[in-house]
Design a protein around this ligand. Structure first.
Ligand SMILES: Cc1ncc(COP(=O)(O)O)c(C=O)c1O
Length: 415
């Protein structure tokens, strides 16, 4: 596994951004610094450690599944967002707490997949997940995206192809980032999730095992426009095939790094055994901070302000794109999350090795090359003419300046 695992591109991007302060990074998925809940966390910590009993509890080991209160609060959060009934789908007994949702994505992959197995992903997808898949020796297939989620006809085509080639038994799950997707900003409609679940179920008998839908809802709370959309758990008939993961990193504090999920019972027990081997439980101290933020109302208040901030930053980026990007570049304004996704004409490649990427770097601006977000799928060539632009961590002023710099480089290269 060590030999198989390549260096994650995220490490290089983060290192480059940190080492060059004059570089405007629109690359990293960092959150907005001035919005981080410093005062709230100080107040919570004071209160928590001000009492001997709660202080001792917070500084002690916890359980592998996580704090019972936080598990209940997390499951309840999903239920409220889904406007779901109080039933088994949102039971705290199905919930667990992890070190960021990244750990949960890793554990699930470790639990379900052997080298050579297949995972279906969106095309493009969250590139750090592709690192997990590569490390585990998995074969990924990309499902084309439409403005409201995956193309179901393409999904069916892929499933038929796998069946024909006798490969369905290697297919373990479909991984979807369903809200303001990283990297494309796309949100999946409930109809698309229902359609995907129906298709997976139809092909299960040929696979000989369950094929799960892994719904990564990391950006769900960061909605600043549009309607809230229920998760795949709302599709009651197939909810036992849904694995739901999310995080308090983006909506609260990425430095606290507390993730959560609800899992089908048969997976939860195995994932907990694996987590027991990894760390036998996430830091209790951090979990208590999040639980207290949720109970006290600090979390909701913070989120309201945060959504306003991201809406303003997204508007600033949109306006700068309008002003500084040539008309040939396509992009759409997201309704939440942290990213814009911009597409250049095919003649202009944006990958890390491209002249354009190097010129952007020399011009003082960094973006995530779209190519990194596509899996190695033998059925198509990797697209190489997109950029992920984040408005998360840079100030509004630097966002505008960064887009202006990028616009200048674009104009030069398009000519
Ligand atoms: C789509 C997606 N899922 C999961 C994560 C993991 O975040 P964390 O481990 O902080 O919860 C990220 C982080 O950027 C992400 O973009």
């Amino acid at each position: 596994m060590g030999r198989r695992t390549g260096e994650p591109p995220i490490s290089w991007l983060m290192k480059t951004a940190l080492a060059r302060p004059n570089l405007i990074s629109l690359a990293a998925g960092f959150t907005d610094n001035p919005s981080l809940p410093v005062r709230e966390t100080l107040a919570i910590t004071r209160e928590m450690l001000g009492d001997k009993d709660s202080g001792e509890a917070a500084l002690q080991y916890g359980t592998t599944a996580g704090d019972a209160g936080l598990r209940r609060l997390s499951a309840e959060l999903i239920r409220r967002q889904d406007q779901g009934a109080k039933d088994w789908r949102y039971s705290a007994d199905r919930a667990l707490i992890t070190n960021g949702s990244q750990q949960l994505l890793y554990l699930l992959t470790e639990c379900l997949c052997d080298p050579g197995d297949i995972v279906l992903v969106e095309d493009p997808t969250y590139f750090v997940y592709l690192g997990i898949a590569q490390s585990h020796g998995l074969n990924c297939r990309g499902v084309r995206m439409q403005p409201d989620g995956i193309d179901l006809e393409h999904l069916e085509e892929i499933l038929v192809g796998l069946k024909r080639n006798g490969e369905l038994r290697r297919l373990k799950m479909l991984y979807l980032v369903t809200y303001y997707q990283n990297p494309s900003g796309i949100t999946s409609s409930l109809e698309k999730k229902r359609g995907a679940l129906e298709l997976l179920r139809r092909f299960e008998k040929h696979a000989g095992h369950r094929i799960y839908l892994l719904e990564d809802a990391a950006y769900r709370d960061l909605r600043f426009a549009g309607e809230g959309i229920p998760s795949a758990l709302a599709v009651r008939k197939f909810a036992d095939r849904v694995i739901y993961t999310s995080t308090f990193s983006k909506p609260f504090a990425s430095g606290v790094r507390v993730g959560f999920g609800v899992l089908p019972e048969e997976l939860l027990s195995v994932v907990l055994r694996l987590k027991g081997n990894h760390d036998f439980g996430s830091a209790n101290f951090l979990q208590q901070i999040v639980a207290r933020a949720l109970i006290s109302g600090h979390y909701d208040k913070h989120l309201l302000a945060l959504r306003r901030t991201y809406r303003q930053k997204a508007e600033a980026m949109g306006a700068a794109l309008d002003e500084h990007f040539p008309a040939e570049i396509q992009w759409a304004k997201p309704e939440g999350g942290l990213y814009f996704w911009a597409r250049t004409p095919r003649s202009l490649t944006t990958g890390m090795q491209s002249r354009f990427f190097q010129a952007a770097l020399a011009g003082g601006v960094l973006y995530v090359p779209g190519q990194l977000c596509y899996c190695d799928d033998p059925s198509r060539r990797k697209p190489n003419h997109e950029m992920r632009l984040s408005f998360g961590s840079a100030s509004t002023e630097r966002i505008v300046k960064g887009i202006e710099r990028l616009g200048r480089v674009l104009r030069k290269h398009l000519n």
